[in-house]
Design a protein around this ligand. Sequence first.
Ligand SMILES: Cc1cc2nc3c(=O)[nH]c(=O)nc-3n(C[C@H](O)[C@H](O)[C@H](O)COP(=O)(O)OP(=O)(O)OC[C@H]3O[C@@H](n4cnc5c(N)ncnc54)[C@H](O)[C@@H]3O)c2cc1C
Length: 186
Amino acid sequence: MGNRAQVTVKVTDRVFLMAPPARFKPVEKVTTVTTESLQPKAITGIKVVSTEEKPKGKVRIEDAELIVSVGRGFKKQEDLKLAFELAEVLGAEIGCSRPIAADLKWLSEDHWVGLSGHKVRPKLYMAVGISGQPQHLAGMMESKTVVVINSDPNAPFFKNCDYGVVEDLYKFVPALTKKLREILKK
Ligand SMILES: Cc1cc2nc3c(=O)[nH]c(=O)nc-3n(C[C@H](O)[C@H](O)[C@H](O)COP(=O)(O)OP(=O)(O)OC[C@H]3O[C@@H](n4cnc5c(N)ncnc54)[C@H](O)[C@@H]3O)c2cc1C
């Protein structure tokens, strides 16, 4: 439940576990695991009429080591170019909050981070204009270093970051891109 609730369950029978990619760190030592093949029982009363493959996007945000993620702090779709420029200098992928992909449709769902989006574990997660609601945090909490840029000092994300910048993204992001360009000579 987006890191808000946890439950410990003792299982005595077989269990079927599914984990999204990059969600958990691999355990160092596995005790005893035995695997066996099971033949699922045929399901009756359901007829598959047709199947359709989900179109594969170019972005594999789950595998990204560096992510610049955008939220509703951006006022217009064309303003996202500020984040794209920053991401280009860093060699980062672009992530986003749900409203950007699901409501505004400014970016494809490949970029969507969160409880109902992709779970990511990059070395650097830079959240720009994202408030930091639990459903978003659920997708990126295991990032190594989190940088938050938000003009509201009370944005919840500031409680969940390593570095917080209270500033208007329209001022800060271009200045950061310029500085990084000088440092990285790009
Ligand atoms: C069942 C369920 C599942 C959900 N799953 C997800 C999910 O997977 N991923 C997800 O992201 N959300 C998810 N949500 C939605 C989530 O609750 C939030 O509504 C969403 O994350 C908010 O997106 P946001 O931070 O971009 O927008 P907002 O909450 O509107 O925040 C915008 C932020 O931008 C800042 N800002 C504004 N102007 C500037 C500026 N000029 N410079 C700097 N900062 C500025 C504001 O201070 C604010 O903090 C889910 C919700 C539900 C109910």
